[in-house]
Design a protein around this ligand. Structure first.
Ligand SMILES: Cc1ncc(COP(=O)(O)O)c(C=O)c1O
Length: 381
């Protein structure tokens, strides 16, 4: 499959050659741990053991690399497993990382509670300002980590500008592209070194599989990551890889509908007397709207908002929705709602990443927009 094809075509065909044995048009689930060798070392297709490589995972990994415009894609058991592999590949004791002041709570916890015990230093910066990133960089800084749009405040980082700042300091730029998906934003083309995904979210798209991915443009770094993926072992299983591929085939059409529905939700929330602030990069008043418009195809399906009446009022809105399901995670076809302070971001309480107590986060699904608006209207009261 040529890289010249457009995104929608690559999503369906990249890495998805018909099965050589049967012609099956969808890569089969190779639910197998080991492979017969034709004499010692005589591997068929390079496969010897499924931690090191599995054809279903390979199909997903080739697809991921094509969609992000990279040379290497690697699939993991979860987004955090991918992050852990990346950090332990890039960093050694004594190294330093700049992390964002708004990020998924689990990413922060990985730095603050796990990687820091292993002698890696980190400091928090407002990555929406390239100058703030520059100021946070130290001689030992090996990586700058950004999430754009960020979870849960939909902050935007100028990927191109921060890539320049990181590279001037000899550091790598890592972009968590989970909220946008490669359909809306391709960080490698903007200068990022590694893209991270929780494929659990928009890539899988149906709330039925947990997974993660790393994609890199540089083949040498790709090799190093692949070495660590095998050495550390948190790989995506064949069935999870297959489910993720199945989701990816409809990514483009889903993202278009997620965005269209989110725009209707934003319109409702902005005009609602009980909503005090709406966070959405598509709003002209978003502080980095112009940057988002420059680096994203559209603004996506995630919307956060603050509710008049404080924490209890925000919790009440989450409890009252009927169509928006109260739950963690995001990016599935069904709409979800949550209270970040008590749920996904409980682990950042008391840190520089603490989120407002009156914040509600919505993952706007692809149901009828009219039904979604009616549900939010009744929940806001
Ligand atoms: C932006 C972002 N990155 C990473 C992760 C971690 O991914 P996983 O839950 O698949 O381990 C999440 C999970 O919510 C996330 O929202």
């Amino acid at each position: 499959m040529s890289d010249q094809h457009s995104f929608e075509t690559l999503a369906i065909h990249a890495g998805q050659e018909p099965d050589p044995l049967t012609g099956a048009v969808v890569p089969p689930i190779y639910q197998v741990s080991t492979y017969k060798q034709d004499g010692v070392g005589g591997l068929r297709g390079g496969y010897e053991y499924s931690r090191s490589g599995n054809p279903t995972r390979t199909a997903l990994e080739e697809n991921l690399a094509a969609l992000e415009g990279g040379t290497r894609g690697l699939a993991f058991a979860s987004g955090l497993a991918a992050e852990d592999c990346l950090l332990r590949t890039l960093l050694s004791p004594g190294d330093h990382v700049v992390i964002p002041n708004d990020a998924y709570g689990g990413t922060f916890r990985l730095f603050a509670k796990v990687v820091s015990r292993w002698g890696v230093e980190w400091s928090v910066a407002d990555t929406s300002s390239p100058e703030a990133v520059r100021a946070a960089i130290r001689p030992e800084t090996k990586a700058v980590w950004v999430e754009t749009p960020s979870n849960p405040l939909l902050g935007i980082t100028d990927i191109e500008a921060v890539a320049t700042v990181a590279h001037e300091a000899g550091a790598k730029l890592v972009v968590d592209n989970t909220f946008a998906s490669p359909y809306l934003q391709q960080p490698l083309a903007l200068g990022a070194d590694v893209v991270v995904h929780s494929t659990t979210k928009y890539m899988g798209g149906h709330s039925d599989v947990v997974g993660g991915a790393l994609i890199t443009a540089d083949a040498g770094l790709g090799e190093e990551l692949a070495y660590h993926q095998n050495a550390m072992g948190a790989v995506a299983g064949p069935f999870d890889s297959w489910l993720t591929m199945r989701g990816i085939k409809t990514l483009a059409v889903r993202m278009d509908r997620h965005t269209a529905n989110a725009e209707r939700v934003v319109e409702l929330l902005v005009a609602h007397p009980k909503v005090t602030h709406v966070y959405y990069p598509g709003l002209p008043e978003h502080p980095l709207h112009e940057v988002a418009a420059k680096q994203m195809r559209a603004f996506g399906g995630m919307v956060s908002f603050r509710v008049a009446g404080g924490e209890e009022a925000a919790v009440e809105v989450c409890n009252r929705t009927k169509l928006f399901t109260l739950g963690e995670s995001l990016g599935g076809v069904e709409s979800l709602i949550e209270h970040p302070g008590r749920m996904t971001h409980a682990s950042v309480a008391g840190s520089a990443l603490e989120v407002p107590a009156d914040l509600v986060r919505a993952s706007v699904g692809i149901e009828s927009a009219d039904d979604l608006l009616a549900d939010l209207t009744q929940a806001l009261g």
